[in-house]
Write a protein that binds this ligand. Sequence first.
Ligand code: PLP
Length: 376
Amino acid sequence: MTPIQMVDTKKQYLKIKEEVDAGIQEVLDSAAYINGKPVQDFAKNLSAYLNIANTVTCGNGTDALQIAMMGLGLEPGDEVITPSFTYIATVEVIALLRLVPVFVDVDPKTFCIDPEQVVKAITPRTRAIVPVHLYGHAANMEAILEIAQNHKLFVIEDNAQAIGGDYIFKDGTKKKNGTMGHVGATSFYPSKNLGAYGDGGALFTEENELALRLKMIANHGQQVRYYHEMVGCNSRLDSIQAAILNAKLKQLDSYISARQQAAAYYDATFADNKSLTVPFIASYSTHVYHQYTLLLEGVDRDGMAKYLAEQKIPSMIYYPVPVHRQKMFASFSSSNIVLEVTDWLTDRVISLPMHTELDEEQLQYITHHVLNYINA
Ligand SMILES: *Cc1c(COP(=O)(O)O)cnc(C)c1O
């Protein structure tokens, strides 16, 4: 059996090595390292895949969120509603721009922002909501979009973990995650579902004027070189990463299927076990399993992680400290709030290895040892 990793990017690379290597070589031969043809092609290819008018590439997912908030004209003191049960980047950029993060609780089943809590958190200063499609499952966008429309708020989707997933509206229409809000933001960090071999990110929007503004902000506020119309930043997807992503985008649907197959194996093996709750899938979402995260009930989580590590099975806690409890936010008044579901989940989640290259032998070994520990 090959060693088990949380994410096996090497094995995945070897299957598309020829195409990736050729793409990288082309960039080297062209010497167009920045904003070369692969970057423009990738933006077009991703727009076509997601069925959205505009894709703006940038340096990473954190920048994408920041550029989104800058592009929408959010100003210091504006309140932004966000979950605390997320990766730090979602909230860090809010604070960085001197906006005010307003933490709300998540749905205990989907782990994503709870629309009912969003409504309760709205004040006259609220300007935006940032749903996070956590672990590869969509937030309840139909409800969130309705709330946003009623209260004239922006919606910025943090889609770093759910690219390629579908959202299914009540009338049966489907949209890709990241294309429903005013802006969607994503990351191409190597371990993400569409990962580069370095850093990368992108923004999505249907609005052409907004896309132009996002593009300018990512490029020092300029449209014409050396004529800077607004304060921006420097955030670029480089040509080599774009060439890699062009090759990998073609595989995204098969990568998603591979993750779903691994998840189905886990689900089937863990079904009916009272100590384990397998990932929930709401009627409005597909699951693209950025993570396969179990909820433990009455299980010593640290003991289980230690036992698995002894069997050479990695596991992770995403995330060990919810954002509102991070030291970074200690001086924020909003850090004092009580988020019962967030705390409850934080104590109970554990993520198992999940990637496109898990084989049956590995899955059998992992599930055997998880059940071994649980049933001991
Ligand atoms: C990875 C991630 C980000 C940030 O992406 P980077 O490319 O690492 O900056 C933001 N939000 C979520 C939910 C993420 O998982």
